[in-house]
Structure formats: structure tokens, C-alpha cells
Write a protein that binds this ligand. Structure first.
Ligand code: ZN
Ligand code: ZN
Length: 247
């Protein structure tokens, strides 16, 4: 006899579990996973109703109140209306999303961005200095490096620029347009900061972030990346396809 629960039962119980969890804690972290070789985890921010996909290794510089601070680099974020909606988004991200030039996007957006390359090609100086894939990601010294090579350098503690040896050049996500998810979406910046300010024992924010787990995730080969802006940026197909969840 199978003791497995029907999937809907599991989802209902997970919704209830997260609802109970939020009575005590401000964020809920899902376990880490990998898409196109990039290690990430999903965080739900209860107060802000934001789902954020954070890079495990890569951080970025953001300006808050005139100060430059470091935050986990957001690969993608989306607002949610209910926990059930958030879980649908989680499932969709895990099954349908790809990395394109350092950001997560839906398969449909990914295909369109690849097609756009025929009319908006990358230039010769937009190739990763390590693996030569097309990328607009750079070091602060303006040397191109793709997100996966950046992550791998960080994991191997090779933090200097692979081209000019500028100190700690690979640490923080940078790109030619300077459009980074955390930077363009202020509520996300604030949500991440509010989480940082919580006492350590008050939430599960560190769950799954320890080195044993992240280092056991192996890097895969393949693929190019490129830059897209969610929320507040140019219109994206993601925004359309995700409408179905608002119903
Ligand atoms: Zn690379
Ligand atoms: Zn350099």
C-alpha cells in the first residue's frame, strides 16, 4: 500500500505550514537548488509579499540612504498575492526558468532574448574572459565575466580579476548597464535589509546556506547569459505569462 499523499494534500499542508511559520518568523527560505549551474534559493518575505530568488554566492552593491551596502544578488523577484500563489511561482521557476546573461527568466523570455541576438548581437568585447560565452556582466575594472564563472571564482576563493588581477574584482555582481534587480526595485532592497536586521535565532534565514550544502552542488556546463530587468524595467513576457496566477 502506498503511503504517498496526493500532491494537492501536500500543497495544502505546505500552505498551512508556511502560514503558521509566518506567525512567528518574517521570512521563509526554500532549500537551495541550481538552474543552469547557478546556485540559488528562494525566500518569501511575508510583510512585503515578495518572492526573491537569491544567488547563494554572489552579492552586489546597492545604495541605501546614501550608503553603499552589500546584498545577496537577486536573480529574479516577483510579488505574490497569497502563499498558494507563491508556491505556484516557485514550481514554475524550478521547472521553466533559465539563466540568461546573469538573470533568471522564463523559457519564453529566454527564447526571445536568444532570437534578439540576431538583431542585437553581443560585441567582441562582451565575451566572458574565462569561458568566452556572451555576457554583459563585468568586473569593476570593466573586464567581462559571466555569472557562472564569477560564482566559480568565488567558490574557489580566486577573487582577483582574471584579466588584470585587480583585487577582489569578481566579488560583487556588476554589469555594463548597471541595472541590477536589487537596485531597480526598492521594496526588494528594503525587504532584504529588514531580514538582515532580525536577530539570528528569530528566523530560519540561515537554513540551507551553510558551506556543506552549497559546495555539494556541482557546477554544470553550458549556456550563455544576458541581462533582463524584472519589475520596473522594459516590458517582459514573464509579466504576461504570470498574470494567469493572479486570477
Ligand atoms: Zn564565463
Ligand atoms: Zn580587470
Amino acid at each position: 500500500m502506498s503511503t504517498q499523499q496526493a500532491p494537492n494534500d501536500s500543497i495544502n499542508q505546505l500552505v498551512n505550514g508556511i502560514e503558521r511559520y509566518f506567525r512567528q518568523y518574517p521570512t521563509y527560505n526554500f532549500r537551495p537548488f541550481q538552474i543552469d549551474g547557478i546556485n540559488m534559493y528562494i525566500v518569501l518575505y511575508d510583510k512585503y509579499k515578495i518572492l526573491n530568488v537569491e544567488s547563494i554566492r554572489v552579492e552586489c552593491n546597492v545604495e541605501i540612504d546614501g550608503r553603499t551596502i552589500q546584498q545577496k544578488y537577486s536573480l529574479y523577484h516577483h510579488t505574490y498575492t497569497s502563499i498558494r500563489h507563491a508556491l505556484e511561482l516557485v514550481k514554475k521557476i524550478k521547472t521553466e526558468y533559465r539563466i540568461y546573461d546573469g538573470e533568471l527568466c522564463s523559457t519564453l523570455t529566454y527564447k526571445m532574448l536568444k532570437l534578439e541576438e540576431s538583431v542585437l548581437p553581443y560585441s567582441d568585447d562582451e565575451q566572458c574572459s574565462i569561458c568566452y560565452v556572451n555576457t554583459s556582466n563585468t568586473t569593476p575594472c570593466k573586464h567581462p565575466i559571466c555569472l557562472r564563472c564569477r560564482q566559480e571564482c568565488i567558490m574557489q576563493c580566486k577573487l582577483d580579476c582574471p584579466v588584470c588581477r585587480e583585487k577582489k574584482a569578481v566579488l560583487y555582481y556588476t554589469n555594463r548597464t548597471n541595472v541590477v534587480n536589487n537596485i531597480v526595485y526598492i521594496p526588494l532592497q528594503n525587504a532584504i535589509e529588514s531580514e538582515k536586521n532580525m536577530p539570528d535565532d528569530s528566523h530560519m534565514v540561515n537554513r540551507g546556506r551553510d558551506d556543506d550544502i552549497t559546495q555539494s552542488l556541482t557546477l554544470q556546463n553550458e549556456e550563455e547569459h544576458m541581462n533582463e530587468i524584472t519589475e520596473q524595467g522594459p516590458m517582459h513576457i514573464d509579466e504576461i505569462t504570470e498574470q494567469e496566477y493572479e486570477d
